[in-house]
Write a protein that binds this ligand. Structure first.
Ligand SMILES: [Zn+2]
Length: 513
């Protein structure tokens, strides 16, 4: 009986630890005492004068994307084997955006921001507090978003995300809530928004209190939405489809990864119905939204952030490429409508404290070593959880799996493991197999974060061998670059605050008129 209870507890602990892999922890993270000064809360709003407002506005947000994420992806792209996995470009599409700026990202009440406060700043031009969805920091009132302004102006509106469509970043464009975790209420705001196209991850119906996915679908249909989850139905969507909520088939039942789309690196392993990329959702969005009054479209690459929380640079780079492929679709549209389009690309914050350079590799880098990783940290962690449940995996067998999935341990690939690295892996393996709490003490918190000890040690060693390192499992306060192309692009040059981006887009597109 005792053994049985212990096993139950162990499974519960694993389930709890898995729930942390989905970056829902912004609200649970230890509050950082550093609070911004009052005089940094305001924005340096300048009147933006444009001759004509863009008819088509694309706002691309790479969650967790700052300069290091961009640099490391381009470094990987320079390897021909990596290139084969993307669209065959040598540089990211975002290089085609001629105007570059830089933004500060702090929240109203914390220096290092979270996705809700950051997306509120980007969507509304106003600072708010951590965890708040497009409301004032004290939750005394809602703040109208640029997407709602576009809707009220008669433009069509599309919201696309690779994570759940009610996650903090997309939610900040259509919902108003004191907490990003109130998924049921955010889902109601979604179907009441009147927006025209929601696509990507599903709603997080497993977080609903007294409501089901069937209830959501039925109520969405009552508000005029078609809920589409098969690839065949998705392919048939067009400008006559009316209001649409489009997601992946598997996400009607699978909620294990936060109702998000799979990591781009794992896309090939998915069932056919689920082989819809962020670029596919973007391309279809243009078809559905294009109309004589124009449209506003927000596209989020949400899993760049999740991969960076987990310190898995290969999964982050692959999701960066998926995000950049989606941008490529918008650039094709721009080339057909250069005098009527504005495209803005930025991130909401950096994540992981990613850096190009590592203490033990000094000035050397070896990005080509990254190409041997074939699955995401998340996919591999599920294997490790399975091993812990059966208790039958030996360390040597685990090392053999690591070699298959990451190339690590294969001397022929330049990935031989030193005794020091083997020691790190064995310690981590033992901790993964016993389910030791990652935050049992300060040392474990530093070396594993909230992640599976074995998996995160594997990605750390592979990343370090390539000359890449991480300083955090959370977001950082590093400023974030901004890229712009099209009508009003000049306004995005310079160094400014994240709220200024929201205000610039609202002003240039005359959304508040
Ligand atoms: Zn995050």
């Amino acid at each position: 009986m005792k053994v049985k209870n212990f096993f139950k507890l162990f499974v519960l602990m694993l389930a709890l630890s898995v729930s942390f892999y989905s970056c829902d922890d912004d609200d649970n993270e230890q509050e950082i005492e550093e609070v911004v000064n009052d005089d940094t809360k305001g924005t340096n709003e300048e009147e933006v004068v444009v001759e004509s407002a863009p008819k088509y506005v694309f706002f691309f947000i790479g969650d967790g994307m700052s300069s290091p994420q961009i640099n490391v992806t381009e470094a990987a792209l320079n390897d021909p084997d990596f290139q084969l996995k993307s669209v065959g470009i040598g540089k990211l599409n975002l290089r085609q955006l001629p105007v570059t700026g830089m933004q500060t990202t702090h929240a109203e009440d914390r220096y290092i921001t979270g996705s809700a406060a950051a997306a509120t700043a980007l969507a509304t031009g106003k600072k708010t507090t951590i965890g708040t969805i497009s409301m004032n920091g004290d939750h005394s009132g809602n703040i109208k978003t640029m997407a709602e302004m576009a809707r009220d102006k008669g433009m069509k509106v599309g919201i696309i995300s690779s994570v759940s469509i009610d996650h903090a970043t997309p939610a900040c464009f259509y919902a108003h809530n004191e907490s990003r975790n109130n998924y049921q209420e955010i889902g109601q705001d979604l179907i009441n928004s009147g927006f025209d196209y929601f696509a990507g991850g599903n709603v997080r119906f497993n977080k609903y209190k007294d409501y089901s996915l069937a209830d959501f679908k039925s109520d969405a249909q009552g508000k005029g939405y078609s809920y589409v989850s098969s690839k065949t139905d998705f392919d048939e969507l067009n400008e006559g489809s009316g209001k649409v909520i489009a997601t992946l088939k598997s996400l009607e039942s699978f909620t294990g990864d936060g109702s998000a789309m799979p990591y781009a690196i794992d896309l090939d392993e998915q069932a056919n119905d689920d082989k819809i990329s962020l670029a596919d959702f973007t391309k279809k969005g243009i078809e559905v939204l294009d109309n004589e009054n124009g449209f506003f479209m927000m596209v989020e690459g949400g899993k760049i952030d999740w991969a960076c929380h987990a310190n898995d640079v290969v999964s982050a780079a692959m999701d960066m490429m998926a995000f950049d492929d989606a941008l490529g679709v918008a650039l094709e549209f721009y080339n057909q409508h250069p005098d009527e389009t504005l495209i803005v690309v930025t991130g909401d914050h950096e994540c992981g404290g990613l850096t190009l350079g590592f203490a033990a590799t000094g000035y050397e880098t070896a990005f080509d070593l990254l190409k041997y990783q074939s699955r995401s940290f998340w996919s591999f962690t599920n294997d490790v959880i399975g091993w812990a449940q059966t208790g039958e995996k030996t360390f040597q067998e685990a090392l053999s799996d690591v070699q298959k999935v990451f190339g690590l341990g294969d001397a022929g690939k330049g990935l031989a493991l030193s005794d020091y690295e083997k020691g790190l892996l064995e310690d981590a393996f033992n901790r993964s197999m016993t389910g030791e709490s990652a935050h049992a003490n300060e040392e474990l918190a530093v070396i594993y974060g909230y992640y599976d000890p074995f998996t995160v040690t594997v990605t750390h060693i592979l990343n370090n061998k390539a000359g890449i390192d991480w300083t955090s499992y959370s977001h950082t306060g590093t400023p974030v670059p901004v890229f712009a192309l099209g009508i009003g692009q000049e306004a995005f040059g310079g160094y400014y605050d994240n709220t200024d981006i929201g205000n610039k887009i609202i002003d240039i597109a005359l959304l508040n008129q």
